[in-house]
Design a protein around this ligand. Structure first.
Ligand code: I3S
Length: 128
């Protein structure tokens, strides 16, 4: 993965295209809005960049600003129940700030790798 503009000297641990929607923001339910997003895990931060589908567009240009970032410290991940989404392979990510996201990929192995990476990131950075 390339480095992000936010931490140019730190290579990111994981990146790729995922489908994502918020379902809760600051404790309040919000309407789902699934979008395909270039997703980057770097330390305890998860970045989503709307409309970016390849690593090359991460660099330079006016597109390099992340759409939103999530602080994983104190958060949790679990496999989403059927009530949360009718889609397959959906991860539910909850943050300490009261934001809940659903993260999905049609490809089984991709989402399983993300599940592991997110769990590991949360555990690694739990006490910061
Ligand atoms: O949990 P919901 O309300 O069944 O989520 C679906 C809706 O957000 C739907 O959009 P509308 O708000 O226009 O009905 C989306 O197109 C669906 O993808 C959402 O459900 P899934 O099961 O795909 O997460």
């Amino acid at each position: 993965c390339p480095s992000s503009p936010k931490h140019p000297s730190t290579p990111s641990e994981k990146c790729g295209v995922l489908n994502v929607t918020k379902i809760t923001e600051n404790g309040k339910k919000v309407r789902k809005n699934w979008m395909s997003s270039w997703t980057v895990l770097q330390g305890s931060t998860l970045l989503f960049a709307k409309g970016q589908t390849s690593s090359s567009s991460w660099f330079g240009g006016n597109q390099s600003k992340p759409e939103f970032t999530v602080d994983l410290r104190g958060g949790s991940v679990e496999w989403a129940s059927k009530e949360k989404s009718s889609k397959k392979h959906v991860i539910e990510l909850k943050t300490r700030q009261g934001t809940e996201l659903l993260i999905q990929s049609e490809i089984d192995s991709i989402i399983t790798d993300w599940y592991k990476a997110l769990t590991e990131a949360i555990n690694t950075h739990a006490w910061e």
